[in-house]
Write a protein that binds this ligand. Structure first.
Ligand code: G1P
Length: 277
């Protein structure tokens, strides 16, 4: 079964400069919790215990976040402030964290390939932490996708409908709907202009990938933007076998930019923080 979750987290976060000049974008807080922690919690809630994080230069804060801070913890011991660390502590107690560095930034496909030594030869999940996905009324998005994986045993991408003028921000799929909200992918294009987009179904930052994806990425030439795209490797997988696209239940915030970040902050403040969640 799926045990591991890969977090590509080496990107520069240029849309958030200067905040991300010396701080990883995955450490940006949504109210009082960094984005990476929301992602790890979603993975843990889906039953995944091994977090594999692909970092890069200047990303040390990510490793420190999931580690003990002796001085701080000593200072607040016995006060009610200790409770603020309970959530992080629980993750550290129930999950393992392993790290590798992506030395050169050559695209999301390349970032995922950089995590191969942490994953090995088994299916795994991928979370792009700046896509914050919440489903307060039911299962988290990864939980939904893992349920689907158990039935189909193939790679799955999460999708949502976007306005046609936004297709150039996403990988776009087209496919045959096999069940309500589930498509068998037959076309996949990275960031097409609206006139070239096969549909308005956009891939968002949640994937389940079977291990053969690594060899497919190795054989993938640089594509859009001169980068090695996971979308191109997945297209090959779809041609050789099967890739599903899944319209998930819940809300997704693009926290890599100001608008989505503010929307996520307002939503989490009202629906989680104020409720003491
Ligand atoms: C990446 C993928 C793209 C996907 C997006 C989701 O793009 O390449 O296919 O739609 O994540 O967030 P990025 O946003 O990293 O440029």
């Amino acid at each position: 079964m799926i045990r591991k979750c890969l977090f590509p987290a080496a990107g520069y976060g240029t849309r958030f400069l200067p905040a991300t000049k010396s701080m990883p974008k995955e450490m940006l807080p949504i109210v009082n919790k960094p984005l990476i922690q929301y992602g790890v919690e979603e993975a843990r809630d889906a039953g995944l215990q091994h977090m594999a994080i692909v970092t890069g230069r200047g990303k040390r804060a990510l490793e420190d976040h999931f580690d003990i801070s002796y001085e701080l913890e000593h200072q607040i011991r016995g006060t009610d402030k200790e409770n603020f660390l309970n959530g992080t502590r629980e993750l550290m107690d129930t999950c393992t964290f392993s790290y590798t560095r992506q030395v050169e930034m050559k695209g999301l496909g390349h970032a995922i390939l950089s995590g191969r030594s942490l994953i090995g030869d088994e299916p795994f999940a991928v979370v792009l932490a700046d896509d914050l996905c919440l489903n307060l009324d039911g299962d988290g998005v990864l939980t939904q996708m893992i349920k689907l994986y158990k039935q189909f045993r193939c790679s799955i991408v999460a999708i949502q409908e976007v306005p046609m003028d936004q297709t150039s921000k996403y990988g776009i799929i087209a496919g045959e709907q096999i069940r309500e909200g589930i498509y068998r992918v037959n076309s996949m294009v990275e960031k097409p202009q609206p006139e070239d987009a096969p549909s308005n179904l956009a891939i968002i930052g949640r994937y389940i990938l079977t291990a053969d994806i690594f060899d497919l990425i190795e054989d993938t030439e640089p594509g859009k933007g001169g980068e090695i795209q996971i979308t191109d490797a997945l297209m090959k997988q779809a041609q050789n076998g099967c890739v599903l696209a899944y319209k998930f239940q819940g809300t997704r915030f693009d926290c890599g930019g100001a608008e989505g970040y503010i929307a996520a902050t307002n939503f989490c403040y009202e629906s989680l923080y104020k409720q003491g969640l």
